[in-house]
Design a protein around this ligand. Structure first.
Ligand code: AMO
Length: 439
């Protein structure tokens, strides 16, 4: 390796060692004939002292160039440590410096913690934007959400599946498909692994999950919609009803948040985020909540979904009433749910489905699925869907299909809501929306 240590890992106990660091030139402060360089890498910032000769060598080096420094680790004087805690209790007295790769000037965006650069410009240069700790921390945390999720499903003995993203057509009502030419036919980019996750429950795997891209040709310009996002989908067989699915989601949420609090302490503190693990996630009926919303002056018609404002109001309500950041909303109208959701026997206007809201934003949708072929065919007919055209999906209900259910969660929205980010684009490396196809 080019370096013997990284900036963040050096401690007072390293004083007296001769080491090599390599990172980005954050700042060069010339003070007369000597200078102080702040060198940055993924772990932090170290102050490097340059004597007269080295200052002459470095004085025209540009910010964000890659620089190598050899030197002796020194303990910093007490008074300096207090003034500049960010760079720690040690500094490096350079004996040799090398410009490994020069950065061009001017930089296209500001590379500093407090920036005035607008999000669109920042996204154009995401790799430079990420040299800021604020941004880097978001993606360290997102990575941990991902690995903790894998750990949870592994522990629960779910089997990870990877299903095709090039498909014949989707099954999500209301979710637009991206059509692409495919050897003389048209294909769709998968708008959900719905069909496949059900298929592999029925295959005998019983409990499956997938964390993978999902594509939606939605021309939405909101702070929560992307055209490509990462879905965390799971599906499980032999359930009694949709409550079993919610039980597992609740267990997942508690596991995830507890782990995040422990494993991302430093990053969460730097971002000023406090995570609260819910004791219990309330399960409220949309039918009941509509009445409450009406009292607040917010009308949601019986056959309508909650809109963003309705979700926000309910988020505030559960925070105040149950001290919970999460809520399951139940009993969504049949008119707004896809044909594969099961309906209760005593009310055909609603579905055995739910949404999971986190701080007033939907982060998941799930349901018990209709597994009885004759009922499913009736439901297709009601939604004007020709089930015969989905022959391979129909087949999975023909040869022994257990009662089953599952959920689709959005990794990007979970990250957004956990970190109180205004826009989901802050939570994904390279967002895709109706305007953005690069970088
Ligand atoms: P749904 O369409 O509600 O359900 O999607 C599930 C979850 O995916 C996330 N999500 C999005 N995230 C960012 N941008 C978007 N455009 C977007 N659309 C959805 C949300 C949402 O809650 N097959 C069902 C799931 C199931 O029943 O298992 C489905 O896809 O977090």
């Amino acid at each position: 390796m080019l370096r013997t240590h990284t900036c963040g890992e050096l401690r007072e106990s390293d004083a007296g060692k001769t080491i090599t660091l390599c990172g980005w030139l954050d700042t060069l402060r010339v003070a007369g004939k000597i200078s102080f360089m702040l060198l940055r890498d993924r772990n932090g910032i170290t102050q490097v002292f340059l004597d007269k000769a080295l200052t002459e060598q470095a004085q025209h080096w540009k910010k964000e160039s890659v620089v190598l420094v050899e030197g002796l680790v020194n303990k910093r004087p007490e008074n300096q440590v207090k003034k500049e805690m960010a760079t720690g209790a040690i500094e490096l007295g350079a004996t040799r410096i090398e410009l490994v790769n020069a950065a061009e000037t001017p930089l296209p965006i500001e590379v500093q913690e407090e920036t005035t650069t607008q999000i669109d410009k920042r996204l154009d240069y995401r790799f430079l934007d990420m040299r800021r700790d604020k941004v880097k921390n978001i993606f360290k945390i997102r990575s941990k959400i991902y690995s903790t999720t894998v750990q949870f499903f592994d522990q629960e003995e779910f089997v990870a599946i990877q299903t095709p993203k090039l498909t014949a057509s989707g099954v999500e009502s209301g979710a637009e498909e991206f059509k692409i030419p495919y050897f003389g036919k048209m294909a769709s980019l998968a708008q959900s692994p719905q069909v496949y996750k059900q298929m592999f429950v029925v295959s005998g795997l019983e409990k499956v999950y997938e964390i993978a891209p999902i594509f939606r040709a939605e021309k939405s310009h909101t702070t929560r919609h992307l055209t490509e996002f990462i879905g965390i989908d799971f599906e499980m067989g032999f359930i009694k009803d949709e409550q079993d699915v919610m039980d597992l989601i609740e267990k997942y949420v508690k596991f995830l948040l507890t782990h995040m609090k422990e494993s991302c302490k430093a990053e969460l503190t730097e971002l000023g985020v406090t995570i609260e693990v819910p004791k219990e996630i309330p399960r409220l009926s949309l039918i009941e909540m509509r009445k409450w919303l009406k009292e607040k002056g917010k009308i949601i018609p019986e056959d309508e979904d909650l809109d963003a404002e309705g979700e926000k109001l309910i988020g505030e309500y559960v925070k105040e009433r149950y001290n919970s950041d999460f809520v399951f909303m139940l009993d969504y109208p049949w008119a707004k749910r896809p044909f594969y959701h099961m309906r209760p026997d005593n009310n055909k206007n609603i579905t055995k489905s739910f949404d999971l809201l986190y701080k007033g934003v939907e982060i998941g949708t799930g349901a018990q699925r209709e597994h009885r072929l004759d009922v499913l065919e009736v439901q297709c007919a009601e939604k004007d869907i020709d089930f015969k055209k989905m022959a391979f999906y129909r087949d999975i209900f023909r040869y022994g299909c257990p009662p089953h259910g599952g959920v689709g969660l959005g990794l990007d929205r979970i990250t957004q809501q956990m970190l109180n980010l205004e826009n989901v684009r802050e939570a994904i490396l390279l967002p895709r929306d109706p305007e953005r196809l690069t970088p």
